[in-house]
Design a protein. Sequence first.
Length: 411
Amino acid sequence: MTGVTSVSEETDRCVSEEAAGGGSEEAARGGWARLDGSLLAVAVEVLRHGPLPRAELSRRLGLSPGSLTRLTRPLLDDGLLVEGGAELQRSTGRPSVPLDVRPTSARFVGVTITADTLYAVVTDLRAEVRGHAAVALPGRSPDEVVRAVAGVVDDLSRVHGPLAGVGVGIGGLVTEHRDVVVAPFLGWEGPVPLAAPLGEAIGVPVSVDNDVRALTAAEHWFGQGRGLHSFALVTIGADVGCGLVVHDRQVCGARGLGGAIGHQPLLAVAPGGPCDLGHPGCAQAVLGTGGLTAAAAAYLGSPVTHAELLDRAAAGAAGARTGLDDAARGLALLVTGVTALADPELVLISGEGARLLELARAAFDAESARHGRPGPAPVPVRGAPIGVVDRARGAAVVAVQDHVRGDAPVA
Ligand SMILES: [Zn+2]
């Protein structure tokens, strides 16, 4: 397979042989399998924020220095935590030895599935991308997708070593990190089991999740949401979606539909016509690629692709800018609803349509202000990563989270 390329030097290929899919949970998850409660909280805090001085770790977790020493001793003995270089403590001038994890102690593959291509990355425990691959999808049946994902995982594993987990992100409704309930772009109406057959094929724990939720997981643990207890990530593209983190956990909802705001009503009638489900003015009809280009075509007097529309707006074409301003006002209404519901610390805008925010920021801000309230400052709204590599990395982070928490569906 020629699509596998390494983007960085492998420095420490130290995933244990057992982690390649041995029988017991401990064999599969290494030292993480022995952690729960406070021990797991300490290790996860260091994974997400390390290297961390002990005093800072005590403060973050509300632990006394004595309790922290007692908790970290077995983690250091196990090699799950390591001591980094000494830094001088600001208050005393004495050296403080920060605690860290060994990011290279485990490898993960994240895969995002599009209608015709699989994009995959290899990451370490901290979601640093160490290699990637892209392969054409030979067909869209569940069997063909499982074979194609297993093939690319196998190819990457040969180059990068044994894997501790595999994450798969898919544009659809996924339950329990296992089964795809519906994935319209593949024509799947399920439930279609995906984690189980894939885990059987590759012998590594597999976690499946919605691709927006996967992108949100990456921002939560290792991106702009790191350190925040609540934030939202809104994606704009062919579809409109949202990942929501509240109380430091991502919201899934009772049926896996938490954050599914794509068909939330925004306007009585969208200028580009109804969405593909026939809703007259839902978020997708206003902001989705199809609705946005249909509305812009009316202003411009001729059909336009999504990329052309954004480029023409960037170049200052009046009709294109008017279309984007309308959509940006719709985005402001959507974000106003999200912030009213969850009161997040930050809202990130992602997806191939996210340039809308940059190109029509004034219209977005003006509409947001019209719906403002007295009290705290408005929630900051910023752009976020949008590429397929970011999506694949998000899928890898789902696998990392399940690996350290012990939440992965068993292969
Ligand atoms: Zn709709």
